[in-house]
Design a protein around this ligand. Structure first.
Ligand code: BEZ
Length: 180
């Protein structure tokens, strides 16, 4: 049983795993379109975290974790509750590189995503608007910008290109400079 993470699971799985593979899934883009009223924001002022948006021919980097079968129920129920509102579960194939010609690393990894059916889904907005929301949100798990900076740092360290994440990082740093 494999679980594919593309957000905070990249650097903080929070569950035991037997193996781990970095890879790419096809047909989805990572976007800061999901509201976070409970972790990186509060109900009156939700933060934004990433979800996957279907997009033909897009590729999204993430980390696949092989979990012990005996821990499956506990891990899945913890992931079900990690974010409010109920994420959808999907099975995806994980490739070594963002190309259909690349070797298949994992067939059928489980991934969690929030679509517009999720009550906290916020959807698209101009990047400066998303950046301002991230720069000004904080919740029980910490500042929203720390989530973005951690994601950007891990992607950069792994040599992953993600223009949406890096553009937001730049805009949030600019918001920070404006504040000082
Ligand atoms: C992720 O990091 O992939 C993730 C974490 C919590 C809910 C959905 C996805």
């Amino acid at each position: 049983m494999w679980i594919f993470g593309y957000g905070s699971l990249i650097w903080k799985p929070g569950f035991p795993f037997l193996d781990k593979k970095n890879g790419y899934i096809r047909g989805f883009s990572r976007r800061f379109y999901q509201g976070s009223p409970d972790h990186r924001g509060v109900p009156e002022a939700p933060g934004r975290v990433v979800t996957l948006i279907p997009e033909p021919d897009a590729w999204c980097f993430g980390v696949a974790y092989r979990i012990p079968l005996e821990d499956k129920e506990e891990i899945l129920s913890r992931l079900d509750h990690r974010e409010q509102g109920g994420y959808e579960r999907l099975y995806v194939d994980v490739y070594e590189a963002p190309s259909p010609a690349a070797p298949l690393l994992v067939a059928g990894a489980l991934v969690y995503l929030a679509s517009e059916k999720n009550p906290h889904y916020l959807g698209p907005a101009p990047l400066p608007v998303i950046a301002r929301q991230i720069a000004n949100s904080r919740g029980p798990s910490g500042a929203n910008e720390e989530y973005l900076f951690s994601l950007a740092a891990h992607l950069r360290r792994l040599g992953v290109e993600d223009p949406h994440v890096f553009a937001l990082e730049e805009l949030v740093l600019e918001e920070r400079r404006k504040k000082t």
